[in-house]
Design a protein around this ligand. Structure first.
Ligand SMILES: Nc1ncnc2c1ncn2[C@@H]1O[C@H](COP(=O)(O)OP(=O)(O)OP(=O)(O)O)[C@@H](O)[C@H]1O
Ligand SMILES: [Mg+2]
Length: 304
């Protein structure tokens, strides 16, 4: 059953089920997309093919400079609209080509949270900041009020509404940035290293919020995150990139069996490493664990 949020979006944006059928049920697709920044010979992403269904949580991993942010910018339209360059192939959102859709139209469907929340905090109060994107869309005041209140409650930041954003901690700023994006009720949420400035506790808190947004609202989520262990349990899929290309793309347990990961600069979670070592000793050591609890269950069976 579709959640209320998605149904409301269909009505608001005139989406009908037929429209979905014409995209083969995909919310994002890349068809052989290659892109090079202006004056760069080497493509930043190369021959990317991706088919993403609504409601997935996708973790994108890869060493610095491998093209993760470029891939994300290709979805929210910054590429090619703000970063002109050379491209071939196609990226589509809901069946519409990103190249042929304005950034404003794309922004109604795709929310983007930057690594550094300073980059998307503009106003003098948290409340005004959360409303910023909606005001730019020229919505009615009542509608803005309703969506801002909803996002503020969702992120549990009611106490911050009258504070000045630049006075907040990094974790609080990240939540304000996320509230501003969610207030626009995007169907796709993209987060580029959202936990890099956060302490482990606040990072976990953010991960819980991300899971809630996905589970309760059906939002499709793509996250670039170096710490795989933070999200491995929530992700439906991991995409591993190297030198502008996708090397592995699949269900987390399957991708984590790839022996090449450390060699291409992707640090595997400690529990996975431990499982690998134990499995070498005793090859019947259960399936790859995605959490410490799962590892403990495996161990208990062995120690019985
Ligand atoms: N604005 C730009 N102009 C020119 N080249 C760029 C630009 N942004 C990125 N690049 C280049 O494109 C390639 C991919 O960069 P990108 O930022 O997508 O990598 P990344 O995987 O996100 O890295 P990181 O983990 O460090 O954020 C790199 O070679 C980078 O130098
Ligand atoms: Mg990046």
């Amino acid at each position: 059953m579709e959640c209320e949020y998605i149904s409301t979006l269909h009505i608001e944006r005139g989406m009908v089920p037929e429209e979905r059928k014409s995209n083969n049920g995909l919310i994002i697709s890349f068809e052989d997309r290659t892109y090079s920044y202006l004056n760069c010979k080497e493509p930043a992403i190369q021959n990317i093919n991706l088919a993403i269904s609504p409601g997935e949580i996708i973790l994108i991993a890869g060493p610095s400079g491998c093209g993760k942010s470029t891939l994300l910018r290709s979805i929210n339209g910054l590429i090619p609209h703000m970063y002109p360059g050379n491209s071939s192939g196609k990226v589509s959102i809901d069946g519409s080509s990103v190249d042929e859709t304005s950034i404003t139209e794309i922004a109604k469907k795709v929310g983007f949270v930057f690594q550094n929340p300073e980059n998307q905090i503009f106003m003098f109060s948290v409340e005004r900041d959360v409303a910023f994107g909606l005001e730019n869309l020229g919505l009615y005041h009542e509608k803005i009020r309703e969506q801002v209140d909803w996002a503020i409650q969702l992120l549990n930041i009611e106490k911050l509404v009258n504070r000045a954003p630049h006075e907040l901690s990094d974790g609080q700023k990240q939540k304000v940035a996320l509230a501003g994006v969610l207030a626009m009720k995007p169907r796709i949420l993209i987060l580029d290293e959202p936990t890099s400035l956060l302490d482990p506790f606040t990072a976990l808190e953010l991960v819980e919020i991300i899971k809630k947004i996905n589970q309760n609202l059906g939002v499709t989520i793509l996250i670039v995150e170096h710490r795989l262990d933070l999200l491995i349990n929530a992700a439906t899929r991991i995409i591993c990139m190297s030198k502008g290309k996708i090397l592995f793309d699949g269900e987390p347990r399957k991708v984590l069996t790839e022996k090449k990961l450390p060699r291409i600069g992707i640090g595997i979670p400690t529990i996975t490493r431990l499982h690998r070592i134990l499995n070498e000793e005793k090859p019947v050591f259960g399936k790859i664990p995605l959490s410490a609890d799962e590892l403990a269950t495996n161990l208990k069976l062995i120690l019985k």
